[in-house]
Design a protein around this ligand. Sequence first.
Ligand code: P5A
Length: 441
Amino acid sequence: MRRSAYFLPTLKETPSEAQIVSHRLMLRAGMIRQASAGIYSWLPLGFRVLKNIERIVREEQDAAGCQEILMPTIQSADLWKQSGRYEDYGKEMLRIEDRHGREMLYGPTNEELITDIFKSAVKSYRDLPKLLYHIQWKFRDEVRPRFGIMRGREFLMKDSYSFDLDYEGAKEAYNKMFVAYLRTFARMDLKAIPMEADTGPIGGNLSHEFIILADTGESEVYCNRDFVDFDVLGSDVEYRDVEGLATIVDHFTSLYACTDEKHDAAEFERRVPEDRRHVGRGIEVGHIFYFGDKYSAPLGAFVTKPDDSQVAVHMGSYGIGVSRLAGAIIEASHDAAGIVWPESIAPFKVGLINLKAGDADCTRVCEEIYGQLRGAGIEVLYDDSEERGGAKFAEMDLIGLPWQLVVGPRGIKQGVVELKQRRGGDRQELSSESALARLTA
Ligand code: P5A
């Protein structure tokens, strides 16, 4: 992509309405624009990031055997009346009336709808287990939308739902998602700690929030520091290996980690040695629930068992805040100059800077490199604009691409270009061939 053609409305000034660094940087880097309170448009740079987050989430869900579907954003109120949540959800639910006077709503979550879909198709234990997910916009009329897309009213969620014959089956599904979540966040260079949590309006009695430690987070957390040392990407997970999954989950759940609602000061002191205790704040990027027959019983999702009796299926639901993750990753990875994207999430891998756009040699070398990078399938943002060098450097640092390749007249005379790594700031002068080899390796 050529910078001169790209829709990248970066801001020089720090927007005064933004209270936390990720919100400020997302606005300054031209990733999002507010449409109304808690509702945002995603501009090209931000949209690429959102798609990359989605891709990783999707790959890990698919690997765990979860099948993708797509449910609508607008739902009928009927199912919600059957589950009893139409009233319970209160003002957080956006209620809509259609032209025929029918009560509709903009879905804040999909337990009711998926249970209805499942019920119409599955009647026997033979068709279990099932794991389904979708990635869809949700609406919650939050009292205090804030921090940009972190706590929005409209936000993108990945939500999965599991259906099993009994508690043991449901716990296996829970463990699968637990491990898939550890892997998903690790691939984004995030350390997300599973913490025992309250279930709120979703319900049930077994639940973990996946939380990234950050001072700007909205959750208050208490945990054992030993979480920091576990490598979940070290080996591939075999999702059919029920024992193997349980071992990983047991390792995590044996360590103390709770959100404030579940925190018990006496137990914290008993279970965690003083030098391992961590008390702080964090950002909730995922939340998983087991709630048994809370929805299947009232909505009539029963299956026949081998002995021909009927049982309401055991269900769980598993959410990831896809749009919130864009902000969470920035909170976890930035410096004074701007965003520092992990490679897996970066909107482009390389920023190619032409230091003197009017110079024939600089432009020739840049065009050559640009063509070669694109030919090698590398995503590159080529700053071919007439701006000053200083402004180009500042903007590249702000938008946080992992690599910067700088081409200037002085270097060209010596046959070199400069390759800078955004994280850590390492710079190296080398031939354009060597730079290409590094980037395509
Ligand atoms: C689980 C999937 C649920 O809704 N039902 C389907 C369950 N869980 S949850 O914890 O309420 O939400 C799941 C994740 O969505 C993100 N999230 C938000 N992101 C941005 N703005 C919001 N207002 C918002 N509310 C929830 C969180 O990451 C949460 O873990």
